[in-house]
Design a protein around this ligand. Structure first.
Ligand code: ZN
Length: 306
């Protein structure tokens, strides 16, 4: 009997390790939950700033209360379960505390409840997510409470990439390491390969979210390889935001051929509308990777220590 690889990817267990939790629900689930919301999701966003504008002008007109945030998080976890994602490492944006009466304890309690609610269906490991726009005072006060809570698996940092001074976050990364948290940082989707090297030296992350501009430098790719850093790549996100022109030109193949450890993930399913199975299928249909290579990448995502 010949197996249908497309069916296989959907059926096979997967891990999503680059996912911004409250933006991780499918558009179908979102529309079912908010039938009155008149939101048209574009295919392309005008860069990172266009995406942020879309979130502010559209999604944030729907996500107004604590319950809405919980709804957004729940449809994300349920969308992952639907795609047979068994391990979900998703970042919980610390700035969402504003929806929880500014009580970080309420936010932590909510995350704990979500973990318990879905524990028989999925291994949900929340990461602590920091937008670089968050005030440093909030990042440290709320961040430390979250680190101490024992509810978080990792730490992640995101937002604008060019000309950002990340030195103020170095202490937070040291603290995360002290608490045995996995360290991730977004860099090198829009910023250049030098910014990747600077970030690796400064924050010493375990994993890079994107990191695709490393392809422009052998030296940067070597540094990633020698440091044993994994890249958690999201091809559809890169295309929708204009970082990459099309999937055929995505640098993921060159990074893979360089021996770099990678995974394929959703980033923000509600915006980019591609599940992990969709990503695998597209990369296989275009001949970027063989089925066997994609299967190896699929399994890579389950390995937390390397
Ligand atoms: Zn991301």
């Amino acid at each position: 009997m010949t197996l249908n690889p497309k069916q296989d990817f959907q059926k096979l267990p997967k891990a999503d390790v680059h996912n911004h939790l409250h933006l991780g629900g499918s558009q179908v689930k979102f529309k079912a939950l908010y039938p009155e919301a008149d939101i048209k999701f574009p295919k392309f966003y005008d860069g990172l700033s266009g995406m942020i504008d879309f979130i502010y002008n559209h999604l944030n007109t729907v996500m107004l209360t604590e319950q809405d945030v919980v709804n957004f998080m729940e449809i994300a976890i349920e969308s992952a379960i639907d795609d047979n994602v068994k391990l979900l490492e998703a970042s919980v944006d610390v700035g969402l505390v504003r929806f929880f009466g500014n009580s970080v304890e309420n936010l932590i309690h909510t995350i704990k409840k979500l973990k318990n609610k879905y524990q028989t269906q999925i291994d949900f490991r929340p990461d602590l997510g920091f937008n670089k726009d968050l005030s440093l005072e909030d990042a440290y006060t709320h961040g430390v409470s979250c680190l101490m809570s024992g509810e978080f698996n990792g730490i992640d940092l995101y937002g604008k990439e060019d000309n950002q001074d990340l030195r103020t976050f170095a202490r937070l990364y040291d603290m995360a390491r002290d608490h045995d948290l996995k360290t991730k940082v977004h860099i090198g989707e829009f910023s250049n390969h030098e910014s990747i090297e600077d970030t690796i030296h400064l924050l010493k992350p375990d994993e890079l979210q994107h990191g695709i501009s490393a392809v422009d430098s052998q030296k940067t790719m070597d540094l990633i390889l020698e440091s044993g850093i994994r890249l958690n790549v999201c091809p559809s996100s890169n295309i929708a935001l204009g970082a990459i022109k099309c999937l055929e030109e995505h640098p993921i193949r060159i990074l893979y051929d360089h021996g770099i450890n990678l995974t394929i993930n959703t980033d923000d399913l509600i915006l980019f509308d591609a599940t992990i199975s969709d990503e695998f299928n597209k990369l296989m249909d275009l001949g970027v990777f063989s089925y066997e290579e994609l299967d190896e990448i699929r399994l890579n995502a389950f390995i937390s220590e390397y």
